[in-house]
Design a binder for this molecule. Structure first.
Ligand SMILES: Cc1cc2nc3c(=O)[nH]c(=O)nc-3n(C[C@H](O)[C@H](O)[C@H](O)COP(=O)(O)OP(=O)(O)OC[C@H]3O[C@@H](n4cnc5c(N)ncnc54)[C@H](O)[C@@H]3O)c2cc1C
Length: 479
């Protein structure tokens, strides 16, 4: 990526209108609207490593303030981007055209925990770990558990429909949100969904907003469905000679009734990174499954036996239970650190999170191996394989034009392979800017038109996270 100085950023940014700033200050006071260079720069990028142009940054503390801010920007046709902690990998919070960034950092209250009804209400800016801590005090948990839990917010998790290992058994936010409050693109506050685990009144706007990346509404608070924290968890490590043997074991495990609550995959290159962190693995291991089975004390041994038998099979070098919590924690930590650790192999990476039906995982893994050989670049895969969701990382040296070009050429081939196998381009990271121009490979023109129509209804002036998610044929961007 070319070096970008603070001056470059400020020179490019459209000036933030003085009258608009004055109106916003009436809502926020002087201290919670920042137009200084330092704040604008700090909020103009995300974990995609892209950088944009923020005109100003607002720090509302209440839903009413969010609504007032959006009403002002709607009237002025001024773009806004809602931002949690900017940990998304797809450029979903990179502001453009001097947009106003609305940070939810100061909307960070757990509003209520209703243990008897197993739900929790929280504001959008609470971190995922904050939610887990509040639920855990009542012996409960919320299943979405991205590796970025400590530095991602509820709003960001819902904006991307972000998930983690526990989705294999308990699902993503779409299966674990009962209802929410949001502010639409006109500044109207809407409350959708329920506090109950059943409800079918009207269209399901809750799930429409989940995964919509801040393009339809700004979620201000949500009602989360909680589950009992298990009595016991057993961690298993299954090593295989190669990725195909591990992929075949996944299909066997997932076809059994005793579903693990974690089923993670690592290929040979990922294992080398794990070894680099001091985890000792058999030398012959070319792939690994990290499996966790949870349940009540009395029933656990039988479930672990069944899962272990399914994991064993051709190419399996052994299925071992972690001797203690230290050993289990070491494996979990190594898995979580894989994404940043990839930078040790190559500075450049295209990080995808494709999904295929579980029975097609062996075919996808074989296709990725042949694409890596064809392109002569490393393709490292790991991830939530129980959902058929693999983080496929195309690695390249940014200073090597051949590797850069090969990675760019291989990317649409990876997507095509995934679609040919009945899969989808993203399981949890979302579309943002980086995948926006590929989604027409998956969604037919009438479907995209319907989505643009929905955007128009929620956000008639096209101010919410303009230019993200849907391929251009902009919605009223120039109105
Ligand atoms: C090391 C690392 C590991 C990661 N691991 C995982 C993983 O295991 N699983 C996974 O799914 N993701 C993972 N991610 C990606 C990222 O952390 C998630 O997408 C996370 O949910 C983003 O949260 P955030 O608060 O940082 O949101 P942001 O990045 O600030 O925003 C993400 C999107 O949500 C929208 N948004 C934010 N707040 C709101 C709101 N209140 N209302 C409506 N929309 C909103 C934004 O506009 C944007 O489109 C990882 C990232 C890193 C850096």
């Amino acid at each position: 990526m070319p070096a970008c100085t603070l001056n470059d950023v400020l020179m490019k940014a459209a000036p933030f209108p003085t009258a608009l700033a004055a109106s916003l200050r009436k809502v926020l006071g002087a201290g919670r609207l920042h137009t200084e260079a330092a704040e604008r720069t700090a909020y103009a990028y995300d974990n995609s490593r892209r950088r944009g142009e923020a005109g100003a940054v607002a720090f509302p503390q209440t839903e009413a303030e969010v609504a007032a801010i959006v009403r002002i920007c709607h009237a002025a046709y001024w773009p806004v981007v809602v931002r949690g902690l900017g940990s998304n990998t797809v450029g979903a919070t990179v502001p453009s055209e001097g947009a106003l960034v609305i940070s939810t950092e100061r909307m960070n209250r757990i509003v209520a925990v209703h243990a008897a009804d197993r739900y929790l209400i929280a504001e959008a800016g609470v971190s995922n770990t904050g939610i887990q801590a509040a639920a855990r005090e009542q012996g409960l948990f919320w299943p979405p558990d991205p590796s970025s839990a400590a530095y991602s917010t509820l709003g960001g998790n819902l904006g991307c429909n972000a998930a983690g290992p526990h989705a294999v058994k308990y699902g993503t936010p779409r299966e674990n949100i009962l209802g929410l409050s949001a502010v639409t693109g006109t500044g109207e506050i809407i409350r959708v969904g329920t506090h109950t685990t059943k409800g079918v009144v009207g269209y399901d706007l809750t799930r429409l907003l989940l995964g919509s990346e801040g393009t339809l509404g700004i979620i201000t608070r949500a009602t989360l469905k909680l589950w009992p924290w298990p009595e016991a968890v057993i961690t298993l490590r299954a090593c295989y000679t190669n990725v195909s043997a591990a992929a075949a074991a996944v299909t066997r495990i997932m076809s059994r009734p005793d579903l693990p609550w974690v089923l993670e995959f690592m290929d040979r290159a990922a294992l080398d990174l794990v070894r680099g962190q001091g985890v000792v693995l058999p030398e012959a291991a070319g792939a690994l499954l990290l499996i966790e089975v949870e349940g009540a004390h009395g029933a656990l041994d039988r479930a672990v036996g069944n899962v272990s038998r399914a994991a064993a099979g051709p190419g399996c070098l052994g299925v071992d239970a972690a001797a203690n919590e230290r050993e289990a924690g070491e494996l979990r930590r190594a898995r979580k650190s894989l994404s940043p650790a990839l930078r040790c192999l190559r500075e450049g990476k295209i990080n995808e999170d494709v999904v295929v039906p579980v029975s097609q995982v062996p075919a996808l893994v074989a296709r990725l191996e042949s694409l890596a050989a064809e392109a002569a670049i490393p393709i490292v895969s790991f991830g939530h394989v129980g959902n058929g969701n693999l983080h496929v990382n195309l690695l390249f040296d940014p200073d090597d034009p051949r590797e850069r070009e090969e990675a760019a050429v291989a990317l649409p081939k990876v997507f095509q392979a995934v679609l040919d196998l009945g899969g989808t381009l993203s399981g949890e990271h979302g579309v943002g800017l980086t995948k926006r121009d590929f989604i027409a490979m998956e969604l037919a023109p009438p479907v995209l038109d319907l989505m643009r129509g929905i955007k128009q209804v929620f956000d008639p002036h096209g101010i919410l996270n303009r230019g993200k998610t849907l391929p251009l044929a902009e919605v009223n961007a120039d109105a």
